[in-house]
Design a protein around this ligand. Structure first.
Ligand SMILES: [Zn+2]
Length: 200
């Protein structure tokens, strides 16, 4: 296959990258210096080699001997609060508000591309295990106000009902106010913060 087309097809698989943007990336690379290209290749390899998924919250983190990420390993975090998000970027947006001090669980990235969701596509089994062996008293379902996010939220709630500690768990959702069809990762910090404050 033509090497321009081959690279363009690979870039087109990236989220939110259409064919035009994919071509722009390819031409940018063609015109960039060998050093820049080498740097990019090495950075991609480093991400693949050095990044692990946290065994507790499933966010990627820079591995240096430990099995859990900085947030999960931080003794200062509130171990009674668990916030369930769809993807890593939602977690980052919530962290950026600097108000939430509990723990997280990332359901998985597949939701966005799937119209039909079932629990195999999400980390429902690991989620149940995580909650079963914990001291959580409140579970905050912070999925996006999109069709996929609402479907994921329903699946999560069904799964929570099967847990032995369900009767004592407080289950909350973010307050309305986030743009309908929008995503947490694009919400401004103030909106996100008040959605957390007003959760019920
Ligand atoms: Zn973690």
């Amino acid at each position: 296959m033509d090497s321009i087309k081959r690279l363009k097809d690979l870039f087109s698989k990236f989220p939110a990258v259409g064919p035009k943007m994919a071509s722009r990336f390819v031409f940018h690379l063609i015109h960039s210096s060998p050093t820049e290209t080498q740097e990019l290749i090495q950075a991609i390899q480093a991400v693949k080699n050095n990044i692990l998924l946290c065994q507790q919250c499933f966010q990627p983190f820079e591995a240096s001997g430990q099995q859990i990420c900085q947030i999960c390993g931080d003794p200062g975090r509130n171990k009674q609060l668990l916030c369930i998000v769809e993807k890593e970027n939602d977690l980052i947006s919530i962290e950026n508000t600097k108000k939430y001090k509990g723990l997280y669980f990332v359901l998985g990235n597949n939701i966005l591309t799937l119209r039909k969701i079932n629990d195999q596509d999400l980390r429902i089994v690991p989620l149940k295990e995580r909650i079963k062996n914990s001291q959580f008293t409140e579970i905050i379902i912070a999925t996006n106000p999109t069709i996929e996010g609402r479907a994921a939220s329903t699946l999560v709630e069904m799964a929570l009902k099967e847990l032995p500690q369900f009767p004592t768990l407080k289950i909350t959702h973010l307050a309305k106010g986030l743009p309908i069809g929008g995503e947490l990762e694009y919400a401004d910090e103030e909106t996100l913060d008040s959605a957390f404050e007003g959760r019920k």
